[in-house]
Design a protein around this ligand. Structure first.
Ligand code: RFL
Ligand code: PHB
Length: 389
């Protein structure tokens, strides 16, 4: 088989890239390790920056997002019982949209299928060949059938545990990593959200986040120990702990109910450099991970797709290599800013096992500065709604 762009990974990065390329007449094939239902069963990000919304519009996949997404003009931050608001629209002129990654992915799959996009599910043993030559290829198996896909370019959109990053030789690749000493326990419940905007809560029992998917579907998280397992936490224990971490006025209003999903995610900051090797381009979680505080994961994947899509367009439409040659540098410049913001916001909001009393005072002082200082609020708002591409 032959195509122009072989895309490894059918998560949001791979699907969005494929759909955008298709709109410009550039052919691609997506290779996905799991089934579509499995991919759609993963509950992940919930907050979309305008940059991602614009890309979804360009991809022709934004109708449901505009009909069902919830516009958020700001967010709440709490420290104990002190609650304050950061106004995104006032400080930046831009809101964010709350619309789940699951729904984005569902819309992208629907669009790809409607246009006859080629997606191979259940692929195994994916191997990248000759990425550093003018004739790269990907081999893989489906069941006991061996396949070979020849292509002009390979997009490695296969997430943190994929194979693409590993295809870049170790003497070329440099990785930067910070692992946080805690995780997030998240639940989804068919209950009305406690508040119409998100609440990021710092408390002496650890971080909590009140988020949502729609008016009757709430997403809540609490900081937990890395050794915890979801089954250690009954729904009742989760709700009790959440109530202790958010301001009492909110805790009293909280509507609880059975969880329909419960999972633990570790927190990590990770970047690999460069994001390109020959004709292989890494995109999204394949190249970088942020802790979820600040909701930058999916949005940073989207900015990679933007740079790669435009680079490939430039190549096919204008016979110019300028865009693909600057891909890694442009993508990384924005990635590192998202890494900084997520690291800063995580450091501000969590309890660390080795935190000294001095460290705690610094956290309190910084939250107080954010509460009272316009410039600090503007800086937070600019980062939260997404820095320009
Ligand atoms: P994905 O979504 O991981 O998709 C990669 C796809 O590649 C497939 N794959 C392979 N396919 C073929 N061959 C192989 N060898 C393959 N190896 C893997 C996988 O099955 C998968 O379908 O990466 P992508 O597309 O770059 O998208 C990135 C986003 O998913 C990610 O940044 C965010 O979801 C991160 N993230 C969150 N971000 C937020 O902004 N807010 C959140 O609340 C939030 N929660 C999360 C998250 C990531 C999590 N992970 C990765 C464990 C919660 C979790 C649990
Ligand atoms: C979510 O709704 O899942 C969510 C929202 C904001 C974050 C992280 C996760 O910072």
């Amino acid at each position: 088989m032959k195509t122009q762009v072989a895309i490894i990974g059918g998560g949001p990065s791979g699907l969005l890239l494929s759909q955008l390329l298709h709109k410009r007449g550039i052919e691609s094939v997506i290779l996905e390790r799991k089934t579509k239902d499995y991919v759609l069963g993963r509950i992940r990000a919930g907050v979309l920056e305008q940059g991602l919304v614009k890309l979804l519009e360009e991809a022709g996949c934004a109708d449901r997002l505009h009909a069902e997404g919830i516009v958020h003009d700001g967010t709440l931050v709490s420290s104990g019982d002190t609650l304050f608001r950061i106004d995104f629209t006032e400080h930046t002129g831009t809101p964010v949209i709350v619309y789940g990654q699951t729904e984005v992915t569902r819309d992208l799959y629907a669009a790809r299928e409607a246009m006859g996009g080629k997606i191979e599910f259940n692929v195994e043993n994916v191997e990248i060949h000759d990425a550093n030559s003018d004739a790269p290829a990907v081999t893989y198996t489906v069941g006991d059938q061996q396949h070979r896909l020849e292509c002009d370019f390979i997009a490695g959109c296969d997430g943190f545990h994929g194979v693409s990053r590993q295809a870049i030789p170790l003497d070329v690749r440099k990785e930067y990593e910070k692992v946080y000493p805690f995780g997030w326990l998240g639940i989804l419940s068919e209950t009305p959200p406690v508040n119409h905007e998100l609440i990021y809560a710092n408390s002496d029992r650890g971080f909590a986040l009140c988020s949502m998917r729609n008016e009757n579907l709430s997403r809540y998280y609490i900081q937990c120990s890395l050794s915890d397992k979801p089954e250690d936490w009954t729904d009742e224990a989760f709700w009790q702990e959440l109530k202790r971490r958010i301001p009492s006025e909110q805790a009293e209003k909280l509507v609880t109910g059975p969880s329909i999903e419960k999972s633990i995610a570790p927190l990590r900051s990770f970047v690999t450099e460069p994001m390109r090797w020959g004709r292989l381009f890494l995109c999204g979680d394949a190249a970088h991970i942020v802790p979820p505080t600040g909701a930058k994961g999916l949005n940073t994947a989207a900015s990679d797709v933007h740079y790669l899509y435009n680079g490939l367009r430039d190549y096919y439409e204008n016979n110019s290599r300028a865009g693909i040659d600057s891909y890694s540098q442009k993508a990384l410049a924005r990635v590192w800013k998202a890494e900084r913001f997520s690291w800063w916001f995580s450091s501000l909001m969590h309890r660390y096992p080795d935190q000294s009393e001095f460290d705690l005072k610094m956290q309190v002082a910084e939250i107080e500065f954010l509460r009272t200082n316009e410039a600090a609020q503007k800086s937070m708002a600019e980062n939260y709604v997404g820095l320009p591409y």
